[in-house]
Write a protein that binds this ligand. Structure first.
Ligand SMILES: Cc1cc2nc3c(=O)[nH]c(=O)nc-3n(C[C@H](O)[C@H](O)[C@H](O)COP(=O)(O)OP(=O)(O)OC[C@H]3O[C@@H](n4cnc5c(N)ncnc54)[C@H](O)[C@@H]3O)c2cc1C
Length: 377
């Protein structure tokens, strides 16, 4: 495996994001978990360019490379994983669909707005179509120079504040992708789900009832929507892996800090070899997750297919985040079970990374499926 050394510019992006998160997010992270994300915090992120950091400069973004973007998502996740979810879903699902598959006119129209902070939600999942995305039922019927959308989407990140929705529907030619304005007549966002974790990020059902969408809002070719969705989800999984890495790093740092201060049997808990063995296991898993993520990013940057690498990275980082967050609670003992410490929130936040943008089982299907049939040598 390649060795990865971040450049000075990438490190600077990471450090600036770390500084912002430590000053503006970490001190209020419990409040964000309980009350949601205030508009002024999202506006501040937009002003600083974070909501357009991966978008090319010609469209008003910062044009940062994927390593720098990954570092930024990781820093946000250390401070508040819900906020990192908002950022990653906007950049690596919503905006990425437009960047990869939008026409020149669409890119000129939408990307500058997205880069300035017009949150863009990605609507693929439906009440009865999750892992089995091919079974979506939402429909788009042609009527003259426009389409009429009808259907229900489920679990849509940031739908409560989205200005644009990337929506996957079936047309007579098959699955097709559209960009839909948030204020379209007939589009309604239901109240957010009450969730276990990432509570600062809102997740809502979205209903489309006779929503009129101009034909020019189709992204990519009619009937090729699943190619669009699957290609974008590869990027989304890099974002989830970066967020999971942030949760794991934070849980590890808090476990070390707590056990270096907590005294039992007249010694710090960190002085017990049993604790140090746990540190070793946690550290190795986190480092392995980082290498798999950076390897996937390097393959993507080399212009090669990276679906399998992205699936491996997402699977490893998300399972590591859950395991490390769990061990962090254990090392805090009873205090880890209370809201006096971050440990319980990190544990709740880690759990979603094994589910969204493809479950751990779906990731194993991608990685293991590669060995299903004998390949030509
Ligand atoms: C907080 C949150 C945010 C989300 N944000 C978005 C979003 O912004 N946009 C969006 O489109 N979706 C979003 N999702 C949806 C998410 O991607 C789906 O929940 C996920 O893909 C799983 O689909 P499902 O919930 O329908 O579970 P199901 O597909 O019903 O799966 C249930 C269980 O069965 C397993 N399973 C299913 N099929 C197989 C199989 N063939 N072999 C083995 N096991 C299998 C799964 O792994 C899982 O363990 C979000 C979900 C949540 C909870």
């Amino acid at each position: 495996m390649t060795s990865f050394t971040l450049t000075d510019e990438q490190l600077e992006c990471r450090d600036l994001a770390r500084d912002f998160c430590q000053k503006r997010v970490s001190p209020v992270t419990r409040k964000l978990d309980e009350e949601g994300l205030p508009d002024d915090l999202i506006a501040e992120m937009a002003n600083l360019g974070y909501l357009g950091c991966s978008i090319a400069t010609e469209y008003g973004g910062m044009g940062l490379d994927p390593f720098a973007v990954s570092c930024i998502i990781e820093e946000f996740a250390k401070a508040n994983a819900g906020l990192a979810t908002l950022l990653a879903a906007h950049l690596s699902l919503g905006c990425k669909t437009m960047e990869l598959h939008g026409s020149d006119e669409q890119k000129k129209k939408y990307l500058p707005l997205m880069a300035k902070g017009a949150i863009t939600s990605f609507c693929l999942t439906e009440p009865n179509a999750g892992t089995d995305v091919l079974s979506i039922k939402a429909k788009a019927a042609t009527e003259g120079d426009h389409y009429v959308l009808n259907g229900e989407k489920q679990f849509i990140t940031s739908a409560d504040i989205a200005k644009f929705f990337v929506v996957f529907c079936k047309t007579d030619k098959g699955p097709t992708c559209f960009i839909v304005d948030g204020d379209s007549k007939g589009l309604t966002v239901a109240p957010p789900e009450k969730k276990l974790g990432i509570r600062s990020s809102k997740t809502c059902p979205v209903h489309f009832e006779d929503v009129t969408v101009p034909a020019e809002n189709m992204i990519g070719q009619p009937g090729k929507g699943f190619r669009v969705a699957l290609s974008v989800l590869d990027y989304g999984r890099l974002g989830v892996a970066a967020g999971a890495l942030g949760i794991a790093e934070q849980a590890f740092a808090e476990a070390v800090d707590y056990t270096q201060n907590r005294v039992q049997f007249n010694q710090t808990i960190s002085s017990f070899q049993a604790t140090q063995f746990k540190f070793a296991d946690m550290r190795i898993e986190i480092d392995a997750s980082r290498y798999l993520l950076y390897h996937a990013i390097a393959v993507e940057m080399a212009g090669k297919r990276f679906s399998i690498e992205a699936a491996k990275a997402k699977l490893k980082a998300s399972e590591t985040a859950s395991a490390v967050a769990d061990e962090n609670i254990q090392m805090h003992g009873g205090y880890g079970y209370t809201q006096d410490y971050n440990a319980e929130r990190l544990w709740r936040d880690a759990r979603i990374t094994r589910i969204y943008e493809g479950t751990s089982e779906a990731m194993r299907m991608i990685v293991g499926g590669d060995f299903r049939v004998k390949k030509e040598k």
